[in-house]
Design a protein around this ligand. Sequence first.
Ligand SMILES: [Mg+2]
Ligand SMILES: [Zn+2]
Length: 230
Amino acid sequence: MAMNAPTSQPRPWDHHTRAEGLPRGASPAPAGGSAARAVFLDKDGTLVHDVPYNVDPDCIDLIAGVGESLRSLQDAGFLLFVVSNQPGVALGRFPVSALGAVEARLDELLAPFGVMITAYCWCPHPPAGMRGAVACTCRKPRPGLLLDAAATHGIALERSWMVGDILDDIEAGTRAGCRTVLVDRGNETRWRAGRLRTPNAIVYQFADAAAMILDGSRDVASERPRAAPA
Ligand SMILES: [Mg+2]
Ligand SMILES: [Zn+2]
């Protein structure tokens, strides 16, 4: 991920995001402008129960209803991306390699539902205020994870959605040009408002976020790219 300011030396958390590799199911932007739709998903407190700084696969469990709901989004043609701040890397709580086990565990949990995550997009950078921290472009509420995934996979952001449990997720989605749904599980503690932090919808269950997206996308669901004029 690009950093905002040049740094004199590489930092241990640089150059290790999965987005820079070859994500499974990588689908370059199709020719003819038929861009895909996506749902960008926060992980902690949205897909799985929030255990701060956890990378132990045994402590990762889906929130009820998430698997079925992701399947319904996938069936409707949405590509699914996990977009997650993982400052534990920069804070030295775990090595960036530990995120591979997290991805494997999530894949394992979602497999029974037939759900495939197109790419896991991690921001391993430190939060602002950490000594020596350099602002990155990908830590939510910044939109870098979404923008990078969209560029890599040919996603039409204006036809895509961000789902998260705090307003930083909403702001990242709004900044990327997506519509947004807040799953309010009581995890937001600072209700700092503002245009960028106002979701299109607030729900209390992930299933309702999925229903909202499916309903709200109906207007564009039947859109087909026009054939190029002969
Ligand atoms: Mg969260
Ligand atoms: Zn970052």
